[in-house]
Design a protein around this ligand. Structure first.
Ligand code: ZN
Length: 136
């Protein structure tokens, strides 16, 4: 069994943005030489997240961001965190900082319409994504 780690950067352009990183994870998987196992996609940030959702219709990403912003407003009486980005921290914790995808035949077992997204909630920034592939 092998464990291969890779790191790449994601540049975001908006305060709230989902960036499709499926291709970057596929590239790391191809370079790892691992064909059976799993991959963890992890972001070491407190105001960002990793999620898996539809990458066919861009309106889905729009609607996810619209809904998150409605549920978790940027400005809310009662927030105490002095950086002014409490909404970003809450969104990060709700979506989570990692996703796991199974690998079979050298391919991620994503569904037809699934893509892996880096979720920016306090951009624009340069962010780090860590990929750890375990298997044989
Ligand atoms: Zn903060």
């Amino acid at each position: 069994m092998k464990i291969i780690s890779d790191t790449f950067l994601v540049s975001t352009n908006k305060r709230n943005e989902l960036v499709d990183i499926t291709g970057k994870v596929e590239k790391a998987l191809a370079e790892s030489g691992i064909s059976e196992g799993s991959v963890i996609v992890y972001c070491p940030h407190t105001t960002a997240a990793i999620t898996i959702n539809e990458n066919a219709d861009p309106d889905v990403v729009h609607d996810i961001l619209l809904t998150l912003s409605a549920l978790i407003p940027q400005n809310r009486s009662g927030y105490r965190h002095s950086e002014g980005n409490s909404d970003a921290h809450v969104k990060s914790s709700i979506l989570g900082c990692s996703q796991t995808v199974l690998i079979s035949g050298g391919q991620m077992r994503l569904g037809t319409w699934q893509g892996i997204y880096f979720c920016e909630f306090d951009g624009p920034r340069k962010r780090t994504v860590i990929v750890q592939i375990t298997g044989q």
